[in-house]
Design a protein around this ligand. Structure first.
Ligand code: ADP
Ligand code: MG
Length: 245
């Protein structure tokens, strides 16, 4: 469970201060599938970095699963991030010198698990994204979609309850992006809380809830009307999908 209470985030560059988030109040329950939308510079990445424990608030509170982030020690903060958060980026952020296997293994390096246990977990994560046969490949030997799947395996390897993505389909063509969104949908159906930033309305249509932000403020926060069209004929499905869009 996520609670942001009166959150403000300022960035200071010398004498200049930019207020990237102002008075954000947000509650996200376990198991939700949320899309965050907004124009460039509206504060989406800043919000995600705070949610994903890559950055801290300037003012206000962040409560993650009953932990008040402000009141935690550095060590507790690092453990919580490793345990609860899987983070996926637009540009994959794989280490180029390491194989897919080693990239996925990274979050487990200080886990205290044995080499054998780590290997099992890494292979299970790569199997989950359908890439066990690519584990010895380096990032430059993988397509964009495969790289993002490796990055998702890396995010999953610690079995976090929250899966966060900052424009995870932004660097992919639309067909590959849909495959990645299908994977996020499956991971959500398996019980994970999924929070994605996108500026693509189609990508956002996969989510159950869409939060729009502008100038660091929440503009709207609405449930997505979704119709399960899978059992319908192709004609009625495209009619309904047209309607919903
Ligand atoms: P978005 O992801 O929606 O494009 P960001 O969260 O990256 O927006 O940025 C929101 C605002 O905060 C922008 O005005 C941006 O310039 C500013 N900002 C973000 N990160 C930093 C930083 N590290 N230092 C200074 N300003 C920043
Ligand atoms: Mg951004």
């Amino acid at each position: 469970m996520i609670d942001l209470i009166n959150v403000v985030k300022d960035f200071k560059n010398g004498d200049v201060s930019v207020r990237a988030l102002q008075e954000i109040n947000l509650h996200i329950d376990q198991g939700e599938f949320v899309a965050i939308m907004g124009p460039s510079g509206s504060g989406k990445s800043t919000l995600m970095n705070i949610l994903g424990l890559l950055d801290i608030v300037s003012e206000g509170e962040y409560i993650l699963n009953d932990n008040n982030i402000k009141k935690m020690s550095e060590a507790q903060f690092a453990i919580l991030r490793n345990k609860e958060i899987g983070f996926v980026f637009q540009s994959f952020n794989l280490l180029p010198k390491l194989t897919a296997f080693r990239n996925v293994e990274l979050p487990l390096v200080y886990s205290g698990l044995s080499k054998k246990e780590r290997r099992e977990r890494v292979i299970a994560a790569l199997e989950r994204v359908g890439l066990a046969d690519r584990m010895d490949h380096k990032p430059n030997q993988l397509s964009g979609g495969q790289s993002q799947r490796v990055a998702i395996a890396r995010a999953l390897v610690t079995n976090p309850s929250f899966l966060l993505g900052d424009e995870p389909t932004g660097a992919l063509d639309s067909k590959t992006g849909e495959m990645i969104m299908d994977l996020f949908c499956q991971l959500h159906e398996e019980g994970r809380t999924v929070i994605l930033v996108t500026h693509d309305e189609h990508v956002a249509s996969y989510a159950d809830r869409v939060i729009r932000i502008l100038d660091g403020k929440i503009l709207s926060d609405e449930l997505n009307l979704k119709v399960d069209t899978r059992s319908l004929s192709d004609d009625s499905r495209s009619m309904i999908e047209e309607e919903v869009r």
